[in-house]
Design a protein around this ligand. Structure first.
Ligand code: BGC
Length: 760
């Protein structure tokens, strides 16, 4: 009762004010100023606190006594709470039982879909289809918001050139230009026009700022050390692109940058993100990132909490450093009240923009949860996008597509699993809702195709290792038979088959967070199985499930067809059938280079030339930059992916205009099937004030071409595409000579030159 008496005058005065037709921002400012004038220091610090709920676990620490803390005004937002009814109840406690009735934000890692799971982000990027990526994010937002969520910890845009790092699965791969485009598409998909006028748009959070993908040796959470020139030219753009798209929030990363953990790095958060890029949303830490700075060794808990605030962090995820130490630090004069007010205001602004003050239950419509989640329409979109993400790595003698006849033996530890087709970060998925590959092929193979199945092997020999990757409900049903028994059963199944589909690779949790690997082969017993299957002489199609580039040198040499299906989400099994049986012609292209062996890592297409490059495609030459035991080329280059048809590229025609060039090629579908091609534009800046990469992606177009048809594709080359950060970190255009390359991947390109670009 006491509460209501308090609230009524507060909201009454605000609503009277609203009637005075102020513009939106002034109205918000007035509202928040007024609200903050009534808040105690503790309540302000409460707004900066982001604890975890208990519906699933995404880190090591827990938060206790959530309901009490909400009542006491000690929480600003919560994540890891699942289900609209639970969300509604927590919101009710905040509104009705806390002193000021300030609504909560509800966050979640909605990374590649909510209940309808789309392919992992690395696979989504492989579609090179920005409309499809935006649509996936849009559907994720619709489903999440129908279940009470209004903030997602996505997109993850960390560039990485190291597939040992398991989190390569969560981003768009190695290229900043593509990564920036994907970041923008995802922010648009989640946030729409940034007005949050509808209750099915949610706030996005770009992460992990910054450089998290460049950890040493591919080990998660590891040290990053890089020059600022490299940072700005190769790693920063996707974060900036998300900011340009209006992303509501930014998450700091676990790693250090220039010797200072990102979460306490003022240069990163204030100088670059806010002052240089103009970001005006709120900054949240990663899970316990404040607490972890004591282990980084930059101070005790109160000191690191204060440092995070002073660097520009607004919200503390799980550490509870802000709520528990900042009042004392303020007393001691280590931080200012203004710093606390600034952070608090940013969070209240987000709540205002989301419309939570107008209607705290805006995202708590129980009816929506019943009808808008995992709908036939969403699943259809997921199936189509999954099929578009698959990358055909090899197809000898056109083994694929398969005919819908005869017997197909589906063999492998990933053939009969549901949860392991989803990929990591499927926290909101129903892990039993996806079809297994066996079911998917039965459904898509038609009545004239007989499907037989055998497991063939466990995921790996080492049961303990397998246990580590069968977590989070992604069970693998370890088979206790011997390797020999499993193999014999598989060979018997293979014997009655006309073709073998081997479903091998990585289980869902073999990539993603805390899933670094030092060996990127398909694991031991699976390789043995594959070798035995190939040895039967029957045609073998490797359906490769993976969250990262693997080393497939043996497979490329010995297996006739390899279709990389990543971890394709809830509809993956059907989508695989669509591609294997030829209803969909594959068009995915890699966005991360596949190395020949782990020793080549980091390997990426946009490398520098060095002073001693290899000449003319040779392998080894003494005193040149190369290896004794492997050549410098990747197994599959960036941008690579085959189709069931073939495309031919004409030479490039360059046309000069007043302030730009146009590069045109004609692409011809020379095969007998309609197909889709991703036409890629690369540019090399031949002479610069700093050394420049041998090529950089600067454009791409995804086009459908009917069998036998040709299409003219033109790219505008504006001065913007030629700019880079120089030694002073100024973004400049340097006039000079450039090479233009266009092709279906980063290796096989047509080349033309233009010179003497002058400043506009
Ligand atoms: C991850 C973030 C994630 C957060 C919340 C962390 O461990 O690094 O990507 O958003 O947990 O679950």
């Amino acid at each position: 009762m006491k509460k209501i008496v308090f609230l009524l005058p507060f909201f009454f005065s605000i609503s009277l004010f609203s009637q005075q037709k102020m513009n939106g921002n002034n109205e918000m400012e007035y509202f928040i100023r007024k609200l903050m004038s009534q808040m105690t220091l503790e309540e302000k610090l409460g707004q900066l606190n982001l604890p975890t709920g208990e519906d699933f676990v995404t880190g090591q620490a827990k938060t206790t006594q959530l309901a009490d803390k909400i009542k006491e005004g000690k929480i600003g937002a919560i994540f890891n709470v699942k289900g609209v009814e639970k969300v509604r109840e927590m919101q009710r406690i905040a509104i009705e039982e806390s002193r000021l009735g300030i609504p909560l934000i509800f966050g979640m890692d909605v990374i590649h879909g909510y209940r309808t799971i789309f392919p992992i982000p690395l696979a989504l990027a492989s579609t090179w289809n920005m409309e499809a990526i935006e649509q996936a994010a849009r559907i994720a937002a619709i489903e999440a918001s129908a279940d009470g969520i209004n903030w997602t910890f996505s997109p993850m845009v960390d560039i990485t050139r190291d597939p040992r790092w398991g989190r390569i699965a969560e981003g768009a791969g190695e290229d900043p230009f593509l990564g920036g485009a994907v970041a923008k598409a995802m922010v648009r998909g989640y946030q729409g026009d940034n007005s949050y006028a509808e209750n099915n748009r949610i706030m996005a959070c770009v992460k992990h700022y910054a450089l998290y993908g460049a950890g040493e040796a591919g080990r998660d959470y590891n040290t990053v050390d890089m020059s600022r020139i490299r940072m700005f030219n190769e790693y920063m753009y996707p974060y900036q692109a998300a900011v340009e798209a209006g992303v509501a929030s930014v998450m700091t990363s676990f790693n250090e940058v220039d010797g200072i953990p990102a979460t306490a790095n003022k240069w990163l958060i204030t100088d670059i993100l806010r002052n240089r890029w103009g970001f005006d949303g709120w900054v949240v830490t990663d899970y316990t990132a404040i607490k972890e700075m004591t282990d980084h060794g930059i101070g005790d808990f109160p000191a690191v909490s204060a440092q995070a605030l002073m660097a520009g962090v607004d919200m503390d995820m799980v550490s509870e450093g802000f709520v528990s130490t900042l009042a004392q630090s303020l007393k001691e004069g280590k931080i200012t009240e203004e710093q606390i007010n600034t952070a608090c205001r940013r969070i209240l602004e987000a709540k205002y923009k989301l419309g939570l003050f107008a209607n705290p239950y805006k995202f708590c419509d129980i009816q929506r949860a019943k009808i808008e989640i995992f709908t036939a329409e969403h699943r259809e979109a997921a199936r189509k996008i999954a099929a578009e993400s698959f990358v055909l790595l090899k197809n000898e003698n056109q083994l694929l597509p398969l005919k819908r006849q005869g017997t197909v033996a589906v063999i492998g530890p990933l053939a009969n699993t549901r949860s392991n087709l989803l990929g990591s970060w499927s926290v909101s998925a129903d892990l039993s809702a996806a079809a297994t590959l066996v079911e998917g092929l039965k459904s898509t193979g038609g009545k004239n195709t007989k499907i037989v199945y055998a497991k063939g092997s466990n995921l790996m020999e080492d049961a303990k290792y397998e246990e580590r990757v069968a977590g989070a409900g992604h069970t693998l049903y370890r088979d206790n038979r011997t390797n020999r028994e499993l193999l014999d059963e598989a060979l018997a199944a293979a014997k009655e088959a006309d073709v073998i589909v081997a479903a091998l690779g990585e289980a869902s949790e073999m990539s993603g967070e805390s899933s670094s690997r030092s060996d990127l082969n398909i694991p031991d017993v699976q390789q043995d199985l594959l070798k035995a299957l190939v040895k039967t002489g029957k045609p073998v199609v490797l359906v490769l499930c993976t969250g990262r580039p693997l080393t497939l040198t043996w497979e490329q040499e010995n297996v006739p067809a390899v279709l990389n299906v990543w971890q394709g989400g809830t509809e993956a099994a059907y989508a695989i059938g669509d591609v294997l049986f030829g209803d969909v012609n594959p068009s995915g292209k890699l966005t991360a280079t596949f190395p020949k062996n782990v020793g080549q890592i980091p390997i990426y297409y946009a490398h520098k030339n060095t002073g001693r490059p290899l000449q003319n495609g040779q392998w080894f030459e003494k005193y040149r930059s190369n290896y004794l035991d492997v050549d410098n080329e990747p197994l599959y280059p960036f941008g690579y992916g085959l189709s069931y048809t073939q495309f031919e590229y004409s030479d490039i025609k360059l046309a000069a205009h007043k302030e730009e060039w146009t590069a045109t090629v004609t692409v011809t579908n020379t095969g007998d099937r309609d197909g889709t091609e991703v036409v890629q534009l690369y540019i090399r800046d031949k002479v610069g004030s700093i050394t420049r990469p041998v090529k950089e992606l600067k454009g791409f177009k995804k086009i459908e071409i009917k069998a036998g048809d040709s299409q003219k594709i033109s790219f505008r080359i504006t001065s913007d595409l030629l700019k880079f950060y120089n030694s002073d970190l100024d973004y400049v255009l340097e006039p000079g000579d450039f090479e233009v390359m266009i092709g279906g991947n980063s290796r096989d390109v047509k080349t033309a030159n233009f010179a003497n670009w002058t400043k506009n």
